[in-house]
Ligand binder design. Sequence first.
Ligand code: A2R
Length: 312
Amino acid sequence: MKALVIGGAGFVGNYLIERLSSDGHKVYATCLANEKIENAECESFNLDILDKSAVKDILSDVKPDWIFHLAAQSSVSYSWKNPQLTIDVNIKGTVNILDAMRESGLDKTRIILIGSGEEYGYIREGACPIKETEPLNPGNIYAATKACQSMIGSIYARAYGMDIVMVRAFNHIGPAQLTQFVVADFCNQAAEIEKGNRKPEISVGNLAVKRDFTDVRDIVRAYELLAEKGVSGKIYNVGSGKAVLIEDILKLIVSKSTAEITVSVDKTRLRPADVPVIEADISEIKADTGWEPEISLEKTIEDTLNYWRNMD
Ligand code: A2R
């Protein structure tokens, strides 16, 4: 298949390109002008998804069989600081891509829209693990934009018969993730302590929330399977199906570190509002594609710690 990964220079994009190429697909990818796609097998283009005519040009050039839309302002904490940009990229950007597909005669091409488990937000009591049918009640700006993306995706699928599969991905982690995300941040801090570059104290935000973490390599395998076997117009949770306390993740990282580490709470790391528990019900994706996560949390933490240990 010819696959186009929009937003291919990010954390997930790199893994997805690698996965698709190693499975024999011809992969094209886009990134912003200040970014670079590292994979040599992949043909890349610069693209800002806010420029619809540029999106159309690339679609007409590549004529992909599958589109994976990963381009996003993907940080929850940054979305509080810059809601306008988050709304522009995550909502207007998605509409630009869907409209560009229709205007280029690619309205029957399969597109995988990557949303987020954050869309569910403040769920009803007893609703965990969360099914795709759970009402959305987003708790932050990023989540609201992704909820909007999945609603628009459903509307375009129904109204225009477009082949859209929507994903609600829960937290994904692994080597090379930016340190604005919690596990990468803790692993980086632990590795810096081991190297003697900082005092033996990890600085943390809210440890009392539970999140559903999956290795990024399992996540991209899910995306590929959804492109192959996902049902058009449907929304799928992609996660581990098991929420873990951030505090327990921290304990795991500290236990795997060779340094003696203490923990301190940094109030600037606390967010204006945190949703207490997010956990996925993954029976839909299991039933339709056979996917389930294979890599343990322990293995992911070890690989992520090693990644930061090897950084200069
Ligand atoms: O913000 P940057 O410079 O890291 O660039 C990000 C890129 N991006 C854009 N691409 C095209 N046009 C734009 N206007 C635009 N704004 C940002 O999308 C980055 O290279 C990519 C997203 O990658 P990450 O931030 O590393 O996110 P990750 O973890 O790969 O997640 C991919 C998807 C996103 O839809 C998340 O919301 C979802 O999975 O969880």
